[in-house]
Design a protein around this ligand. Sequence first.
Ligand SMILES: [Zn+2]
Length: 256
Amino acid sequence: MESMKINWIAGVLTFLYLVPAILCWGQHGHYATCKIAEEYHTEAAKAAVKESAKGELAAVCSWPDLPEIRKGYPWSSALHYTNTPDFICKFDYCRDCHDSANQKNRCVIGAMYNYTIQLESAYHNYGTQKKYNLTEALMFLSHFAGDVHQPLHVGFIGDLGGNTINVYWYNQSTNLHHVWDTAIIDSGLERFYDSNLTTMIGTILRNITDDWSNETKFWEKCNHTVCPIPYASESISLACKYAYRNATPGSHLNAI
Ligand SMILES: [Zn+2]
């Protein structure tokens, strides 16, 4: 029974990260990330998620972004992202994982460790199961696994991950962070998938077993229950390579 419980955690966590880092995470992004993760859950993981998330994991993956949750859990805002110093394209946990008051470990990576520990310890010890809210822990962890893969959730501190860089997406005024959180994915959905999210998710799932199959070994590589640091490193690298490239204030960006 114990190994079954550990299995579900490993299953949930491992396959939450089987997601290409190029995607970005507004509401559609979070739903897609968790829907893909669901496809890889073991039977034990499915049962545990059904119990903890009261049904479909994907349906609650945007929960930490709900206005009432942001308002009711103000301490959680700093946990959605991390920043590197300006123009530094490498993530360093000790240097970068803190909130604006410099409190250590309060960033998306620290939060992923924290909620993983809560979920894992709850299944080692019944006492901690009562101590922690496992439903919230699962929803936070699932959400943050999506956030860390959006390149500008590991952006530069000076522009708040692109939030202060005002740009145009086609002719619409927005900011660079929003382009990568939402606009790219929504435009891609409309343009390539006839606004059908299920079709897009199906294509990604096929790519995981087909075109990207060589990469999945790297995505799964982890000697612990959770290994989020490589994902943050990959995100800031992609942010430097793609998101910040030619994205000066006032610039017009589009899908080509
Ligand atoms: Zn978030």
